[in-house]
Design a protein around this ligand. Sequence first.
Ligand SMILES: NC(=O)c1ccc[n+]([C@@H]2O[C@H](COP(=O)([O-])OP(=O)(O)OC[C@H]3O[C@@H](n4cnc5c(N)ncnc54)[C@H](O)[C@@H]3O)[C@@H](O)[C@H]2O)c1
Length: 432
Amino acid sequence: MLDIAILGLGYVGTTTAACLVKDGHRVLGIDINPEKIRAIGEGRSPVVEPGVEDLLQEGVRKGLVRSDNSIDAYLYELDLVIICVGTPSRADGKLDLTHLLEVSRQLGQTVKKRDPAKAPLLLVFRSTMPPGTIDRLVAPTLKAASGEEPGRLYEIAFNPEFLRESTAVKDYFSPPKIVIGEREPGLTKKLMGIYDGIEAPVFEVPFGTAEMAKMVDNSFHALKVAFANEIGRIALSKNIDPQSVADLFLADTKLNISPYYLRPGGPFGGSCLPKDLGAMLAIARDANLSVPVLSGARESNAMHLSWILQAIKRRAPAPGPVLLLGLSFKAGTDDLRNSPLLDLAELLLEGGYDLAVHDPDLDPSRLIGVNFALGVEHQNVIIDRMVDDPAEAARAAKVIVLGKTMKHLPDEILKDPRVINMNRLGLDLGEG
Ligand SMILES: NC(=O)c1ccc[n+]([C@@H]2O[C@H](COP(=O)([O-])OP(=O)(O)OC[C@H]3O[C@@H](n4cnc5c(N)ncnc54)[C@H](O)[C@@H]3O)[C@@H](O)[C@H]2O)c1
């Protein structure tokens, strides 16, 4: 059994408190709202959430629930403090971190009084916050208020909550994953005590990754809802049942509801995605439907190619030289239709780059049909810039762009620090 204080008795704090007492832990609910403090102490839930009140009442009966307006008097008995204060939206869309920083300041002053002979008090932040908040705001606030770095009197963890209101208790006991942001892997092992018996993959990651995980998940859920509704509107414009369309879409767990197409890498291209997306946009236009998610996908794709071009320019201003590995739109095909790599080659030439291109999938003499026409249109790339020996071209290059996966590339090229891998964006492509 752990002794746990919960700061902030809203939807997350109250549910967390109820679920922790169910598991036999002793909780201390803290809030600035006296009515919430009273409610929790009496086993009443201050929020409407199925199952929570029953668990709280059971906890009160067993003597596992206490509440107050400060943790000061309980400091010596606590193992963990879980911070669930609100971080509501400001008018500009940013999160209002006022409560979070106020709590951090208070906690910093409180832990000063903790006996240094005891294990550090683990401060577990659950409030949603933008990436960088722990490192840049919370940790410095704690340090300033306590006069100490983490490690001796206190330790910091960020442990986002993935529960959904109305199914929060069920979600708490069956989370999709457990994410722990910490200074170093394993530093906050005590936190795992609250997850005993819960089966879910555990990820111990730096604070920024954990902070971002929560926002990414919710952004994706929002994107899915908006996407599904746009498809529904388009289907209805053609008098097609949107639910039947959704059934077919959801039945595909190989390519649709799957990890496919979800890793940051190169822009999409080829003969199908851009064409069919364009056709969907045309249907929506004809029906006078606004579908900003779908049209945004096309815009975002073009932006992504410009972003890659900027990354190349940052590494090596024109004239480079640059070696581009790949020209067709993906490995194993010589299809040049809507190939982002062909676009990139043209942009590099326009930008005054000394460009060499190598693509083992592409034999200009075998191009046929539309691809033959593209070969003629882009002979400045396909005839003038293609090289057979990538190793030789690599020697002169300032940047090597790996545009698609490529078998039989010499190892020294793949491991070369000059490589920009468009298939898998990495930290080396960051701006600072
Ligand atoms: N609601 C959800 O479904 C959900 C799910 C996951 C994560 N989150 C995140 O968790 C956090 C809390 O969300 P919520 O919906 O429970 O918020 P909420 O507004 O319902 O509750 C926040 C509570 O914090 C209290 N508080 C403010 N300052 C305090 C202080 N100095 N000391 C003690 N208590 C203080 C408030 O009085 C309030 O009771 C937010 O960052 C939110 O984004 C929410």
